[in-house]
Write a protein that binds this ligand. Structure first.
Ligand code: AMP
Ligand code: FE
Ligand code: FE
Ligand code: ZN
Length: 274
């Protein structure tokens, strides 16, 4: 069964509408899909109403922080209408708006005024994020590409890297649990932690009620999967897979293009099959 439990639409920083994403997923034979927009389930909500779509799991990718690192937790199968979910998304959206203001001030000090206004306008009804700032810097000719914008202004340790506003990891896992879902630690290798620190993160994630690790993100390099499988086994965590698809042509994976889960893992999606 073809499964993709990590995808984005234009409800956050993806390029496709929820409908276009669902059509693309069907074209790639995806049978079970989670739309995991940053800090919102608006993409899922729109897709859920479509007549033609893969089977969907209600989902979102929550921004949070753990010991000063910005971490992403995918929530799967929670009730989006639960009062906890409604309050959580309201809080995260407010944090995004406040953060955009701070990023704008910091960029203004570097000589680029009014980027918050432009990024917010560009985002429109979507959740505003650093990718929108990156696009504005490209449009203004400050940088040649979004990657250069992250490298110079928005990425880890740069002025636009504002994460103090995100809730703690344990708060996010509690929200997801209270609303009946499973918390999945997204792309565990993307945080560039040492093996010791990653193990500590996974231990604390599990202690905080985390349920699964994203063992496969797109098409991983050979050799990186086995240590994640061992972490699942050590901490009795289930395993998830996802492309982290944002737009057609992205280099790391197409919708539904995820390497198979190795044996020895318990697939988290079996919870929703019967
Ligand atoms: P935010 O949620 O606003 O902090 O933005 C994070 C998003 O920015 C990630 O989910 C990616 O989609 C994108 N992103 C992060 N780092 C980079 C990078 N180096 N180049 C391009 N996009 C990036
Ligand atoms: Fe993103
Ligand atoms: Fe992410
Ligand atoms: Zn993502």
């Amino acid at each position: 069964m073809r499964v993709d439990l990590h995808t984005h639409t234009n409800a956050s920083d993806g390029a496709l509408t929820p409908q276009a994403l669902c059509e693309r997923a069907l074209a790639h034979d995806v049978e079970l899909l989670a739309i995991t927009d940053h800090d919102t389930c608006a993409g899922w909500r729109e897709a859920e109403a479509l007549a033609r779509r893969p089977r969907l799991i209600a989902a979102a990718e929550f921004s949070c922080q753990w010991r000063n690192a910005a971490i992403h937790v995918v929530g799967l199968g929670f009730d989006p209408d639960h009062e906890t979910s409604v309050a959580a998304f309201a809080q995260l959206q407010q944090s995004r708006v406040e953060r955009a203001g701070i990023i704008g001030e910091r960029l203004a000090r570097l000589g680029f005024p009014d980027t918050c206004e432009d990024a917010t306008a560009l985002a429109g009804a979507s959740q505003v994020g650093r990718p929108h700032f990156a696009q504005i810097l490209v449009q203004r000719g400050v940088v040649a590409s979004p990657t250069e914008a992250f490298d110079r202004y928005l990425g880890a340790g740069k002025p636009g890297d504002v994460k103090a506003l995100w809730p703690d990891l344990a708060e996010v896992t509690a929200w997801i649990g209270r609303a009946g879902g499973v918390a999945v630690l997204a792309h565990p290798l993307k945080y560039k932690l040492t093996a010791t620190r990653l193990k500590l993160l996974v231990a604390e994630f599990k202690a905080a009620g985390g349920g699964a690790l994203e063992v496969i993100t797109g098409r991983p390099q050979p050799g990186v999967i086995a240590p994640l499988v061992r972490l699942c086994q050590t901490f009795a965590l289930e395993a998830s897979v996802g492309s982290d698809f944002h737009q057609p042509g992205q280099f790391w994976a197409e919708v539904g293009e995820v390497a198979p889960l190795p044996t020895g893992c318990q697939p988290v999606w079996e919870r929703w099959l019967n």
